[in-house]
Design a protein around this ligand. Sequence first.
Ligand SMILES: *Cc1c(COP(=O)(O)O)cnc(C)c1O
Length: 482
Amino acid sequence: MGRKKLRPLPSSPFPLELSPETMRSMLQQATEYIVAHTSSLSTQPMHATKGGRKLARSLVSAMPEQGVPFEKLFRKLFSQVIPASLNTASPGYLAYIPGGGIVHSAIADLIADATNRYVGVWIAAPGLAQIEENVIQWFASMLGMPKAAGGLLLTGGSLANLIATITARREKLPPDFMRGTMYTSEEAHHSVLKAALLAGILPEHVRSIPSDDQFRIQGDALRAAIREDRLAGKTPFLIVAHGGTTNTGAVDDLNQVADIAAAENCWLHVDAAYGGFFALTERGRKTLAGIDRADSITLDPHKGLFLPYGTGCLIVRDRETLRRAHAVPAAYMPPMQEERDLVDFCELGPELSRDFRGLRVWLPFMMHGASVFRDALDEKMDLARYAADELRKIPDVEIVAEPQLSLLAFRLRTPGLSPADEDARNRRWMSLVNQKQRVLLTGTTTQGRFLVRMCILSFRTHRDRIDMAIEDLRTSREELNE
Ligand SMILES: *Cc1c(COP(=O)(O)O)cnc(C)c1O
């Protein structure tokens, strides 16, 4: 946007109460910036964080005593600060676990924040609380959970894993829970370990179980570890399985793990932050078979539903388990609802006042219907299989983790190189690809070796961008040999 002459804000004795004119003007300008930004995402560079240190330090400022016109602030944000980042909203973002950020949700947030209703307690906004509960019930039924299921929208998967761990501890262990042991695979997301730490589980009681050649938890090793701990007088109480690992996208054999959890009287939590929403699709449902036997499940709408960052979700098989884990009376609170279908969210989790998260899921679902999300997720799975097939045509490429959902991991084999040198060569390969600025890939180290990953989960990523990725991988491999 060009430099416009700044109009002074109309002076008012109560400037925090924006006049209708100023409100409109702020909204209109923000709209113009957002539209210009999002419609040029695909041609913006993939990463522009060079000089980040200098930029960050140039922004240090004391609390301002006098105001600055919002036009000037918007201009600085959009011209200098926002561009200097990883372009996480780009169709070329194939790194980590992409989100994307559907703009519908940003608009829903604007409505939710501007009306500022209180959805933590049912009585304060019964209709809005119901809208949020609808979203929870849609997710629960998508996962095949029973009628008694319930849950919470949270800020992310990390918090969902934490609340699940604490709920499992409260349900399965006595108040003195120091004997409690929990189990997850060596491929677990680090938030599972953080959740254990914050829930007070002794670090030596968090058992890391080896994974198999497809990076899934080994059932025999899991059984053996539980048996060993029982013999040592410990109390196994929780198994955390994965509905798509962050490293390679591996989905544990959830039916096998559910059998073990049932036989051992352990709570079964499935961390499906990456993969859970593939349950909307037929193929995803098959891959995630057994997830309906979990006691709790982590979902991340800001991953698999393409929402902006800041929306996670915990679904539990029995809503009462959440209520029991968080029940604390308070004299100044209004009465809580007794009827089962009316939900006070503040009773189910650690938060009391919070943003109205339901609207940012509800609005896009109501506007498009679930089929649009299902089709988009099917497209991502097709693209991952396509990428694997195209990669196989590049000489020396080995697909180490075939896509089970929409994530694959691979490397270049170089006979004669030591593992360390081969890893270094793969890092150089990935870095050459990223320098081309059309896609962004990240790697990982698992079972001792470095792998390049490709995670296809942005709603903006289509076949043309995967073709660019393959082309850049092919030419970068040739550049490695020069
Ligand atoms: C992303 C992720 C998490 C953490 O979720 P946040 O939303 O980043 O807090 C946990 N588990 C898995 C498998 C993930 O992919």
